[in-house]
Design a protein around this ligand. Structure first.
Ligand SMILES: Cc1cc2nc3c(=O)[nH]c(=O)nc-3n(C[C@H](O)[C@H](O)[C@H](O)COP(=O)(O)OP(=O)(O)OC[C@H]3O[C@@H](n4cnc5c(N)ncnc54)[C@H](O)[C@@H]3O)c2cc1C
Length: 597
């Protein structure tokens, strides 16, 4: 049976010593989230992740969801009860505004908890995760009536939410969308069409499901400019929230898929279902982007979460599995062989995962704090800078954390040798579950294009220049410190590679857009490495400070410093390779005729 321990200590270290949570104390609502409250919430979150959700992970994988002839869907044994406990425990309402029944606690706290939940059981965590995303869209674009009617009940955990973009012929290219909406004359619309791949699209865990559906109002312009967003409840509801008649939306089938078996991925058939416009007509994509941006960060978290869960199991196995002798001399002579953790190549795999996980966790929490600034700060300039940060970092986090998260699940499986490939230890599930995060919420190739094509040039490059300045100033300041130089100097070199790649795109991407497309994935990973390097320099700084302040923590902090050195010595240099690839441009790959592949 796989194990999982929520990394509460690491989150507290990052908040206390690296991100300096106390500096955010002036933000509205942060006073209610004192250090004690933060620790208590993390410990409670760890408990539900470890004791309620994790034991259901394997059950969900083995059992999967089942659809009956009438289109109803049953979730795996235990999911329904767990969802009730989850909602009642306030895990959906944690960061939501108080006026709609939320607890208004900092987003950074819910981000940390969300990692625990996704590590414990990604397929389960998607139900509340999608609900939170749908709530964000309703709160951002809905009327006061819609917020009161739908959002409050979703925040409570009584109703769940979904996002409906994809159609059989329409995935990345939403301009092809066909689902249509016809006005009924009473303010409602009749929605007709087929959506596929809809996560959490039908289930037995909540009283109602609120589908957010992209559709085209009759006569609307072609392409993305004619798309609107609709609220389509599974059951119609009266103004006081009472459940009414069944709406004309039915689960036509469940997708047979590689992983996340506990999450119902549905074909949803809309046959004149009653829906209500959310936000303005023909501005549906912008409204859906509120949900998608939230969901992209949620998916980034899934990449980290699977990497962490797989890692913990691999470490435990590597400490116990006896094979071969250490090449530098026997380590455990009383045993038939040494544990495989003595072998450098096994250590390489484990440290690559560990260094990624701890850096990526800092990166996610840093970005979550920026989201708190965006939503809470009274200072307009601070809000603008935070908005720039989120816009720039969302594709980087989504693309990099999920690509590497999957690689790490495979690496952790590799530590088990053949025992990872067979089902006994559950390592195959981490690999299968992690795989989807690279695909949905915009496949990672699309994240890379979003970064290079939209986020870099936006506002004259304001966001990227601010990031370069932040990292550049940090490098300059810390290079004089002998203890931090081993981290600051390689970071400076990596930043230089990123700046050169950015200049290269400016010079070559405009005159031939294929040059930008050809290098975009490398650029996204180069960007991610610099961001992780920046995190690791600050983690090292925090570890040195903590060690000086509290010698009882020396062993843990030394482990941090060793992990950080591993990152800058063995992982960060990949920036040069990425830059070299980018600078070769598109000529060779575009020279290949399609029929010659
Ligand atoms: C398990 C699962 C759950 C899902 N959940 C949901 C959900 O809840 N709601 C929802 O609406 N959808 C959902 N999806 C759909 C998912 O978001 C899409 O699969 C994804 O957006 C990609 O669309 P597609 O599969 O049609 O691929 P395509 O768009 O056909 O893309 C195929 C490949 O071509 C690449 N590509 C496409 N266009 C370009 C371009 N212009 N430039 C460069 N490369 C390009 C893509 O990166 C990809 O690698 C889910 C999918 C799965 C498998």
């Amino acid at each position: 049976m796989p194990i999982y321990r929520a990394p509460v200590e690491d989150v507290l270290f990052l908040l206390d010593d690296v991100l300096h949570y106390e500096r955010y104390g002036n933000l509205p609502g942060f006073a209610d989230a004192s250090r004690d409250v933060v620790e208590a919430v993390l410990n409670e979150g760890a408990k539900i992740a470890e004791q309620v959700l994790q034991p259901l992970n394997l059950v969900g994988d083995r059992e999967g969801c089942k659809r009956a002839a009438d289109g109803s869907v049953t979730t795996p044994k235990g999911f329904k009860e767990a969802f009730k406990a989850y909602g009642e425990g306030g895990w959906i309402s944690l960061p939501m505004p108080a006026e709609y029944g939320g607890q208004a606690l900092p987003h950074v706290l819910s981000q940390a908890v969300s990692e625990f939940m996704n590590s414990a059981n990604q397929a389960f965590a998607m139900y509340p995760g999608l609900t939170s995303g749908a709530v964000a869209a309703i709160l951002a674009r809905g009327s006061e009536e819609q917020k009161q009617l739908y959002a409050t009940r979703m925040i409570e955990g009584r109703w769940t939410g979904t996002m409906n973009l994809t159609e059989p012929h329409c995935g990345t290219d939403l301009g092809l969308l066909k689902t249509k909406a016809v006005p009924n004359g009473d303010g409602s619309y009749s929605i007709t069409g087929q959506k596929i791949f809809i996560s959490a699209g039908e289930h037995d865990m909540a009283e109602n499901i609120i589908h957010l559906v992209l559709a085209r109002i009759e006569g609307a312009p072609a392409g993305v400019k004619g798309i609107s967003l609709f609220i389509v409840p599974k059951f119609e509801v009266s103004n006081d929230g009472a459940i009414g008649k069944r709406n004309a939306v039915v689960c036509g089938s469940l997708e047979h898929k590689m992983g996340i078996h506990g999450n119902a991925t549905c074909v949803l058939n809309y046959d004149g279902a009653k829906g209500w416009l959310l936000g303005e007509a023909n501005k549906g994509l912008a409204a859906m982007f509120v949900m998608m941006n939230e969901a992209r960060l949620g998916v980034a978290c899934q990449g980290l979460a699977q990497s962490e869960a797989a890692y913990q199991n691999a470490v435990e196995y590597a400490r116990e599995r006896l094979q071969g002798r250490s090449i530098s001399g026997v380590k455990e002579a009383d045993k038939a062989a040494d544990p495989i953790i003595v072998h450098p190549d096994v250590r390489r795999m484990l440290l690559e995962i560990k260094a990624f996980n701890e850096g990526a966790r800092a990166f996610m929490l840093w970005t979550a704090l920026e989201a708190d600034i965006l939503h809470r700060s009274p200072d307009e300039n601070a809000r603008k800078a935070a908005d720039d940060h989120l816009g720039l970092m969302t594709p980087v986090l989504k693309g990099v954390l999920t690509d590497i998260g999957f690689d790490n699940a495979v690496k952790a499986q590799q530590v088990f040798g053949g025992h990872g490939y067979v089902g006994e230890y559950g390592m195959d599930q981490f690999v299968r579950d992690a795989r989807i995060a690279m695909i949905y919420e915009g496949a990672n190739g699309i994240q890379a294009l979003d970064l290079v094509g939209r986020k870099l040039p936006k506002d004259g490059g304001r966001a990227v220049m601010a990031f370069f300045k932040k990292v550049g100033d940090y490098v300059q300041e810390k290079s004089a410190d002998e203890n931090l130089k081993p981290f600051a100097a390689p970071l400076g070199k990596a930043l230089g590679d990123l700046q050169k790649a950015t200049m290269w795109f400016m010079a070559n991407g405009m005159k031939n857009p294929d040059n930008a497309g050809a290098g975009s994935s490398d650029y996204m990973h180069l960007f991610g490495l610099v961001a992780l390097g920046y995190m690791w320099a600050q983690i090292a700084e925090g570890a040195l400070a903590r060690k000086a302040r509290d010698p009882s923590q020396a062993a843990q902090m030394d482990a941090k410093l060793t992990t950080g050195r591993f990152f800058v010595e063995r992982m960060l240099p990949e920036t040069s390779l990425r830059l070299q690839r980018i600078e070769t441009g598109a000529a060779t790959m575009m020279a290949m005729p399609a029929e010659a592949f």
